[in-house]
Design a protein around this ligand. Structure first.
Ligand code: ATP
Ligand code: ZN
Length: 283
């Protein structure tokens, strides 16, 4: 049995549950439960505050966990990163009141900065050679400047709308973060085996999310040119259409190169291009 710690409630909760369920792990997660066991996979699930997850994993109370990389770096516990999970994306940034004329390296010198990330921030300031006083506060960091507690803040940002609502502007990005899968440094062979099985499923889901399945029709004489454009898993599938001289071409493309490939395919004579999501992708 492998024990995983995930966030009890908050920004990472739904996606963590979704990832486990999409990986075919069945469990009941009744409201307010602190632990549950899967009925079809050797996994026990603990629901915890995100801040506590690195410590539980480092101490071996849980074997693995899903938590923001920001928390893992801040806590500095001895855990291993198994994979990046593609959700919970945000950045840890420094922000100042928006009317300030910000000068990198100068404005923060001698300032007071409010943050819930004192370790990451002090390391960053040290690297930059900036002296500042840190106020370690655990929540609502963004109001610190307006109540006179600090001159600047260092906090998580995703869209930036919270900063804007509080009259702040983002001036430096310290770190880009997302949810990661972490593991205790030394798992026994049985647990390691379960982790590999689980990670294999996560990989298939993550890869599927970043790829699209595309189908298109083209006149046969254009096929060589079209095939040139397609990366695919091996080579594309080419099937004859009922109309002679035409074929249907199927392949997989990654999300990042998707639009540029579609444009080139059209230019190369592809028609009726269909794009669908992939549920799971195993290499
Ligand atoms: P807990 O009750 O578990 O301590 P919390 O309030 O500390 O929860 P959340 O706000 O739910 O934490 O955020 C959890 C994680 O979500 C963060 O550590 C971060 O990795 C990620 N995240 C993504 N976008 C944002 C954002 N805009 N603000 C804060 N966290 C974000
Ligand atoms: Zn927290």
């Amino acid at each position: 049995m492998l024990r995983i710690a995930i966030q009890k409630s908050g920004r990472l909760h739904d996606d963590s549950i979704g990832l486990l369920k999409d990986a075919g792990i069945g469990f009941s997660n009744g409201y307010g439960r602190l632990r549950t066991e899967s009925y079809n996979f050797p996994l026990e699930i603990f629901f915890l505050r995100d801040d506590d997850i690195p410590e539980y994993v480092a101490d071996g109370v849980a074997d693995i966990g899903i938590v923001g990389e920001n928390i893992v770096l801040e806590k500095g516990k001895r855990v291993e990163t198994v994979s990046r999970l593609g959700f919970g994306k945000c950045r840890l940034s420094i922000a100042v009141p928006k009317n300030i004329d910000y000068l990198p390296g100068k404005t923060l010198e001698g300032s007071r900065i409010a943050t819930s990330y004192p370790n990451i921030l002090s390391k960053y300031l040290k690297e930059k050679g900036i002296q500042a006083t840190l106020h370690d506060i655990s929540g609502s960091v963004e109001i610190a400047p307006s109540i006179g507690l600090a001159d600047a803040i260092c906090d998580l940002v995703s869209s930036g709308s919270t900063l804007m609502m509080n009259g702040l502007k983002e001036v430096e990005t310290i770190l880009k973060s997302e949810a990661i899968l972490i593991a205790a440094p030394q798992l026994n062979a049985a647990k390691q085996g379960i982790l590999e099985q689980l990670n294999f499923r996560f990989d298939a889901l993550l890869r599927a999310k970043s790829h699209k399945y595309i189908l298109m029709n083209a006149p046969n004489q254009n096929i060589p040119q079209i095939i040139e454009l397609l990366p695919g898993m091996r080579s594309p599938t080419v099937l004859p259409l009922a109309e002679s001289g035409w074929s249907s071409i199927h392949t997989v493309v990654s999300e990042s190169e998707f639009w540029s490939i579609i444009e080139q395919l059209k230019a190369a004579g592809a028609e009726g291009i269909l794009v669908t999501s992939i549920e799971k992708m195993i290499l």
